[in-house]
Design a protein around this ligand. Structure first.
Ligand SMILES: [Zn+2]
Length: 221
């Protein structure tokens, strides 16, 4: 079980991650997003249905079985519980999940186009492969949740999926790393769209990921 101080610390990390997303300018006009952080094998903290001016004590505690254990959720958030719990169940190592309607990433989702990994931040910060598209289903529906689970099974190393005609879903070891990856993905999507006007984005050369890993290892030594 996770102790009270650890729960508080993860709640603060989640609130800070939400703030970072606004500061980085990756939110859509509506400011819509939902974020969660895992507490243990059975529970996670979830944003209550809004993220602007969020306070740590406004987060709800939710069971992986979908039950709200503590706090209150607006109906909009109740719908997306299963989207988060499906990822936590499929990926025991995932510690945080962020869903946004980041505009450029959402353009790929709307176009049903997987987002290739062609930028340094995406390669470096946790998604050295293309972001696949999950077929559309109403938010939180069985169709949508099953679609996410199927893509996660088919793509065991992806740290993000595009939700067709909807938005972006990113997961990582903790709230900060996950927020970082949301920003890297949004930047990559913007760059892809901009590059399309001047001849199109180009793939990394073979061995780029290995080269980046070797470079990171050199600095870390
Ligand atoms: Zn959404």
């Amino acid at each position: 079980m996770t102790g009270t101080s650890e729960v508080k610390s993860r709640a603060h990390q989640l609130v800070e991650a939400a703030r970072q997303l606004f500061m980085a300018g990756v939110m859509s006009h509506s400011g819509h997003a939902n974020l969660s952080v895992r507490l243990d094998d059975e529970r996670f903290l979830l944003t209550p249905g809004f993220v602007r001016d969020l306070e740590a004590d406004q987060l709800a505690t939710v069971g992986l079985d979908g039950r709200v254990l503590e706090g209150e959720l607006r109906s909009v958030s109740a719908e997306i519980i299963t989207m988060h719990s499906a990822v936590y169940r499929a990926r025991p190592q995932v510690g945080a999940i962020i869903h946004t309607h980041s505009p450029a990433a959402t353009a790929f989702a709307v176009a049903h186009r997987p987002l290739p990994c062609r930028t340094e931040p995406m390669l470096r910060f946790g998604q050295p492969e293309e972001v696949p598209v999950v077929p559309w289903g109403p938010r939180g529906s069985d169709v949508s949740v099953r679609g996410i689970a199927e893509v996660l099974e088919r793509r065991p190393t992806t740290a993000a999926v595009l939700l067709a005609n909807h938005g972006l879903l990113v997961f990582g070891p903790d709230a900060a790393a996950t927020a970082h990856l949301v920003v890297a993905i949004e930047e990559s999507a913007e760059a892809e769209i901009a590059a399309a006007a001047i001849g199109g984005a180009v793939d990394f050369p073979a061995g780029a990921l290995e080269a980046v890993r070797a470079s990171i290892a050199r600095v870390a030594r």
